[in-house]
Design a protein around this ligand. Structure first.
Ligand code: NAD
Length: 458
């Protein structure tokens, strides 16, 4: 779409929202069913686009993108009527007789900006929430995953109400123009630098924002963990999508004396998953583009690689790589890795993991592998993170009852399940008083007796 066309197109969505069609629960359910139908009809095309953009294996695409979204749609269809019904709250004695409740209402027209690493799911899961809450939406897929972006721009208008939803493909110029529009909410997924641009632009219109950002997510592995299970789960969650996952474990914190057995277990598991030459494994992905590939190579340039490290720039291939005890001031430990390199840091004792984490920006996810409940409680109560998963990696994402979002530098706001519905709704506070009787204690003329009664009932 030409940049000049963006403002009038968005204006049409505002007008459509004002007409009230999107408020109907039946309409919302129809849109969700249509989205489900789109996925059913186009599963193969979606898999192909994801393979083209990121070299994703079909099963991985199903698990983390297509299947994930289908579950999300089903969950929303099942609960949407309840979520959108008034939510009763109690009423204090001073306001009796009366009743109080929260009435969810759609925000209006929202903007959803997606990232490239899960280009299908990260754009459409917020859309499921926006539809459930009865909004119109503009979708901006990431230009860094062009095959998926193009496919979504072709498919969505065929299945969804095109008066309510608009896909705008493009890069900085198009996004900048979108950000000039007075949306009712913006949900952005991506890096911190652009997150600040989004928030600054939103401030112009006092538009609320949800920022789904990233950062370095630590993974604490204590010597008392079940090592074989831990190794399988760490390898699965780190090297899915070649490490290009916002909630992938960014680095491991373990204790001296345990790093040896842990490194061996990780290597054994990597070979079990991807063979002795992961370049030939159909299950191992590729780096999104040359810029990110070079960034990752720079991360490795001053490191002593313990395992892996092979690359093929022409294919943007980087082998699963382990680095033991990198300098903490190196690029690898200063920036989010967002690729297939896993540093393992050995600490004097495992409790040192707590100050290590607290001395750095608050992470999006924190992983802990231990059988020691006292240590588990210490980590939970003394550190902060968007989400915590104990004895697994990323599986918390599979539960729509849990909100997903960061804290501090890893983001603000949340979605998934009802949390997403609430993000795209205004929970209007309503009190309805009865006219049955009208006590005059709050009305002038004031008196000591009236005040005494007020204090008594408050
Ligand atoms: P990206 O490059 O795809 O950018 C995200 C979006 O921002 C794109 O749609 C892009 O067009 C837009 N954009 C880029 N530059 C812009 C500019 N100058 N002005 C306006 N818009 C602009 O994604 P990225 O930033 O490389 O994503 C990687 C980061 O995202 C990592 O930090 C990762 O951890 C984080 N991430 C977070 C989540 C989450 O759910 N919390 C999910 C995926 C990725």
């Amino acid at each position: 779409m030409q940049t000049a066309m963006i403002a009038p197109a968005v204006q049409q969505l505002y007008e459509y929202f004002s007409g009230g069609t999107t408020r109907s629960i039946a309409w919302r359910k129809q849109q969700l069913n249509n989205l489900q139908q789109m996925i059913d009809d186009s599963e193969q095309a979606i898999f192909e686009a994801l393979r083209e953009d990121l070299g994703k294996a079909e099963q991985e695409s199903w698990l983390s993108e297509v299947g994930y979204l289908q579950t999300d749609i089903r969950h929303s269809l099942r609960h949407l009527s309840k979520w959108s019904s008034p939510r009763k709250v109690s009423t204090p004695v001073v306001a009796q007789p009366g009743k109080s409740y929260l009435q969810p209402e759609p925000l209006g027209t929202v903007l959803i900006i997606g990232a490239w690493n899960y280009p299908f799911q990260l754009l459409l899961a917020p859309l499921v929430a926006a539809i459930s809450a009865g909004n119109c939406a503009v979708l901006k897929p990431s230009e860094l995953a062009p095959a998926t972006s193009k496919l979504l721009a072709t498919l969505l208008p065929r299945y969804l109400d095109s008066k309510a939803f608009l896909v705008v493909q493009g890069a900085v110029e198009e996004t900048t123009e979108l950000l000039r529009q007075p949306f009712d909410h913006i949900l952005y997924t991506g890096g911190e630098a652009v997150g600040k641009i989004v928030m600054r632009a939103a401030a112009e219109h006092l538009t609320p924002v949800t920022l789904e950002l990233g950062g370095k997510s630590p993974c604490i592995v204590a010597g008392d963990c079940d090592l074989d299970v831990a190794a399988a789960r760490i390898v699965w969650s780190k090297w899915m999508n070649a490490g290009q996952t916002c909630v992938a474990p960014d680095y491991i914190l373990t204790e001296k004396g345990f790093s040896g057995p842990l490194m061996s277990a990780l290597q054994k598991q990597l070979t079990a998953f991807y063979g002795t030459d992961p370049a030939t494994s159909p299950d191992y992905g590729r780096i999104i583009n040359q810029r990110h590939f070079q960034r990752l190579q720079e991360c490795l340039s001053d490191q002593r690689v313990s395992f892996g490290g092979q690359t093929n720039p022409a294919e943007r291939y980087m082998a699963p790589t382990l680095v033991l005890d990198p300098p903490l001031k190196s690029k690898l430990m200063q920036e989010e890795i967002f690729g297939p390199i896993l540093p393992v840091i050995s600490l004097e004792k495992i409790d040192d993991a707590i100050p290590f984490i607290n001395n750095r920006p608050k992470p999006l996810a924190l992983y802990l592998y231990t059988e020691n409940q006292a240590f588990e409680q210490q980590v939970l109560t003394r550190t902060s993170a968007g989400s915590v998963c104990i004895n697994d990696g990323m599986m918390f994402m599979a539960n729509p009852q849990l909100p997903f979002g960061g804290v501090g530098n890893s983001g603000m706001g949340r979605y998934h399940g009802q949390w997403g519905f609430d993000t795209f709704s205004h929970l209007k506070a309503v009190m309805k008083r009865s006219n049955w009787f009208d006590i005059n204690w709050r009305y002038p003329p004031f008196s000591a007796a009236k005040l005494k009664k007020l204090k008594w009932v408050s």
